[in-house]
Design a protein. Structure first.
Length: 285
């Protein structure tokens, strides 16, 4: 049964940026209780952001809250920047986790989120395991390379880095090559593709990242937590990246997303950054 509309606490958070409007926004409904799937999906379509989330009571005794994550056209089991932005909104609303590490329950399982010891606005999630890895099939690689306008020899390595959303990735030789990509998004043929390349020596970041979602019209995602998590696991596993590094994303879009990657003593990859609460209030749903 559809519930009667009521005022629900709401926030919009800019993720992976300490400066407002330079990261990736997520809309967060802080009380999604009694909303139907269709009501959630309809609101996500209305916000028209890459993701809209709904905070619910947890079903796991180990979780602080449960999160449902919607794009304008489907629900995701996990996504990175909505995870961090929702956690930031939940904490900013006066909530406290049961333990020093906040635990989010989502369709992909339990996700542990760590506060930064140096920055109250910064959080980092433990990267979930990839659901699919390994090299791209030749036909997939050809489709991706063609759609991105790359010559085959520009792709130094490629990999599935899918931890839920379905990411594939290609490694280029430089940040300059990454920034020069002019994709044909319709030609990606249903694939979601991340492109990564090393930054020049002396830069404040180690890698440049871009994320492309296929379709009509398709889009470039400003800053992508799930992709950066999958990239980090791949680059670290293959010895291509240091144990701690920073990736910049959103440059071509006028954004300045900074994603911080680190590895803890257990070898778990953490992906984080600053989260700036830009809008607070209520929404009628």
């Amino acid at each position: 049964m559809t519930s009667l509309p009521r005022h629900r606490p709401f926030a919009q958070v800019d993720v992976f940026s300490a400066e407002p409007c330079r990261g990736n926004p997520v809309a967060v409904v802080l009380d999604g209780s009694d909303l139907t799937d269709e009501q959630m999906a309809r609101f996500a379509r209305w916000t028209n952001l890459s993701e809209t989330t709904f905070v619910l009571p947890p079903t796991s005794p180990d979780a602080d809250y449960r999160l449902r994550i919607f794009t304008p056209d489907r629900e995701l089991p996990f996504a990175g920047h909505p995870t961090l932005g929702s956690a930031r909104a939940w904490l900013a609303a006066g909530n406290s986790p049961h333990a020093p590490v906040l635990v989010q329950e989502c369709a992909a399982g339990l996700v542990r989120i760590h506060p930064s010891p140096d920055d109250d606005a910064a959080l980092a999630f433990e990267a979930p395991p990839t659901l699919r890895s390994g090299d791209l099939a030749p036909e997939v690689l050809e489709a991706v390379t063609t759609a991105l306008g790359l010559r085959p020899e520009q792709v130094l390595a490629h990999q599935w880095v899918d931890n839920g959303p379905g990411w594939a990735a290609v490694l280029l030789g430089s940040a300059e090559e990454v920034l020069a990509v002019e994709p044909d998004l319709t030609a990606l043929n249903g694939h979601k593709v991340g492109v990564v390349g090393p930054a020049p020596e002396g830069a404040e970041h180690h890698y440049e990242v871009r994320a492309f979602v296929s379709g009509t019209p398709g889009c470039e995602d400003p800053v992508t937590g799930s992709l950066n998590a999958g990239l980090a696991q791949w680059l670290l596993r293959t010895g291509r990246a240091p144990q701690t590094y920073t990736a910049r994303q959103g440059t071509r879009m006028g954004r300045r997303g900074m994603v911080h990657v680190s590895t803890d003593t257990t070898g778990t990859v953490r992906v984080g950054g600053s989260c700036t609460v830009c809008v607070t209030g209520s929404v009628t749903l």
